[in-house]
Design a protein around this ligand. Structure first.
Ligand code: ARG
Length: 408
């Protein structure tokens, strides 16, 4: 009888390489490796594909999903100005749902009963994989070798690998755990686990040290948006994907986009995280600046709350959930008039909005100005304040009765 199949989310690293062999040995399954290109720093994915076959995968697939990632996933995050705990642009949390989508697609195509991932039991990513998979196909079963096996240290894993002829990294392993895609880069572990220790300079690859001399002059950039999505840079029409690449480079060169934070993981642990997100933070800054001009007050204020909830849901692995889907509908509706240009100035680690304009701007000069073209009805303010303050006035009269007056 032929064996059951498992689709393994494969990265080419030690964990998922050992997982191929482990799944075969311990679970007696045929392993199909799937590596997904979401714009991570270049490793040769053909080499990764071959490596899985060399270790014993029956099939090995590489998929470049970058366009889809930008259009269907990042676009939603930008429209939501998504920042978990008001800081983190959800780098890893964004890539997992698209990886999940392709894992499930491949599982169906190969009639595989199982999907496997290489996440540990301590992080958010296991949740994102498993809840995402359950949402897309509740009948698929999960295998999580790293959570199950007894290889507790890297040395034990290396021994296991060497004993079975699995290629092990020859260069000294970086002490950091890194996950990246075109929305940014996440760095954990090593000395970073002491929240008092300043991150060493060598962990950064996307952003320059703002104290250096790589860029001693300010640089101005004009970003154009249509319905919430970037469509041009300095007047040159570009795809959203190209804009992200350009902004990663330009903002990174000016040392903008580093985050050092303590973050609350879903499983209850606080962790110290470093992120490099030059493009993501720049685009969110610009997008917010345009919304300030184009969104009506109540809508803007309400959207701020929705943004926070959206980010929390996505961080917690609920990309494919009814609430997240409904909030997407709300956010999409807010973007109808978010069209226009934003001017940014980069200098020594900062990115500042210095101008914004839109054909749908709600900023009315004649209402805002204090000069003679003022069209605001100052006299109308009196009646407005009387009514706006009326409940407070009534309350203050009653409070007098308990002997409290003029106190807060
Ligand atoms: N803490 C971040 C998150 O949960 C980053 C996770 C990075 N993952 C990794 N395998 N290094 O979104």
């Amino acid at each position: 009888m032929s064996k059951e199949k498992v689709i393994l989310a494969y990265s080419g690293g030690l964990d998922t390489s050992v997982a191929i062999q482990w799944l075969k040995e311990e679970k007696n399954v045929d392993v199909i490796a799937l590596a997904i290109d979401v714009g991570q720093e270049r490793q040769d994915l053909e080499v990764v594909r071959q490596k899985a076959l060399g270790i014993g995968a029956v099939e090995s697939i590489v998929k470049d999903v970058r366009e889809e990632y930008v259009e269907e996933f990042i676009a939603k995050a930008l429209k939501a100005n998504a920042l978990y705990e008001n800081k983190y642009p959800l780098v890893s949390a964004m890539s997992r749902p698209i990886i999940v989508k392709h894992l499930v697609e491949e599982a169906h195509r190969h009639q595989a009963k199982y999907i496997a991932h290489g996440c540990t039991g301590k992080g958010n990513d296991q949740v994102r994989f498993e809840v995402g998979i359950a949402a897309l196909d509740p009948d698929i079963e999960i295998m999580a070798p790293v959570r199950e096996w007894d290889l507790h240290t890297r040395e034990q894993e290396m021994e296991y690998a060497e004993a079975r002829g699995i290629p092990v990294p020859t260069t000294k392993k970086s002490p950091y755990s890194i996950d990246d895609n075109l929305w940014g880069r996440a760095i954990e572990c090593g000395v970073l686990e002491d929240p008092w220790v300043e991150p060493p300079a060598d962990i950064y690859t996307l952003t320059a040290d703002a104290r250096g001399h790589q860029c001693d002059d300010p640089e101005y950039v004009e970003l154009s948006f249509e319905q919430g999505i970037p469509v041009a840079l300095n007047g040159e029409i570009m795809s959203f994907h190209e804009v992200i690449n350009c902004m990663n480079e330009l903002a990174g060169k000016h040392g903008f986009g580093r985050i050092d934070m303590i973050e609350n993981r879903l499983i209850g642990v606080k962790s110290r995280e470093i992120y490099e997100v030059p493009g993501a933070l720049t685009l969110i800054t610009a997008h917010k600046a345009l919304e300030d001009l184009c969104l009506e007050r109540d809508l803007l204020h309400y959207k701020l709350q929705i943004e926070q909830k959206w980010s929390e849901l996505v961080y917690n692995g609920m990309w494919y959930s009814p609430l997240k889907e409904a909030l997407d509908g709300f956010i999409e509706s807010t973007q109808q008039l978010v069209t226009g240009d934003v001017r940014l100035r980069f200098f020594k680690g900062s990115c500042v909005t210095v101008g914004r304009r839109s054909p749908y701007s709600l900023y009315d000069y004649n209402l805002a100005t204090y000069d003679e073209s003022d069209s605001f009805d100052h006299k109308a303010a009196k009646g407005f304040i009387d009514l706006h303050g009326l409940p407070t006035k009534v309350w203050a009269r009653q409070r007098r009765k308990v002997g409290k007056e003029g106190e807060v």
